[in-house]
Design a protein around this ligand. Structure first.
Ligand SMILES: [Zn+2]
Length: 136
């Protein structure tokens, strides 16, 4: 009997093949001064993904868009269990970008920022967005 979990994929990552097809990386791309994504040409719906074939809300065509790297916390938590290569504790938040979509960010510190706290995306860690509290 095979050992449980051995040889089974535990997490889909870009580039790995599932059923012979490559897996696209759906995480937002951070350029240093913007988060790249798409915006609908009809309803203006913002999406943190590039290369969408159509608007996920109204199915109209989309155009590439650059979104702000600042926003407000919609929700946050501190994860207390290991996940992949990450060791606890580490913080996660959903961030509503100022002119754009809601994105998942890792927090530089394992704290729970209050709802509405201003965060700035400062970089990436293993492809995931990393944000810190915005200082004014
Ligand atoms: Zn739309």
């Amino acid at each position: 009997m095979a050992e449980l979990g051995v040889g089974r994929p535990t997490k889909r990552r870009a580039g790995s093949a599932v059923g012979g097809l490559p897996v696209a990386d759906s995480r937002p791309v951070f350029t240093g001064d913007a988060v790249l994504g798409s915006r609908c040409t009809a309803c203006r719906y913002p999406s943190p993904q590039q290369g969408l074939p159509w608007c996920p809300f109204c199915y109209a065509p989309v155009t590439p868009e650059r979104f702000a790297v600042t926003g407000t916390v919609w929700s946050s938590t501190v994860v207390e269990i290991p996940v992949g290569t990450r060791r606890p504790p580490f913080g996660l938040a959903y961030l509503d970008l100022d002119d754009g979509p809601r994105v998942l960010v890792h927090l530089a510190e394992p704290v729970v920022p209050g709802l509405g706290t201003r965060l700035r995306i400062t970089g990436t860690d293993d492809g995931d967005l990393v944000a810190t509290e915005e200082r004014s």
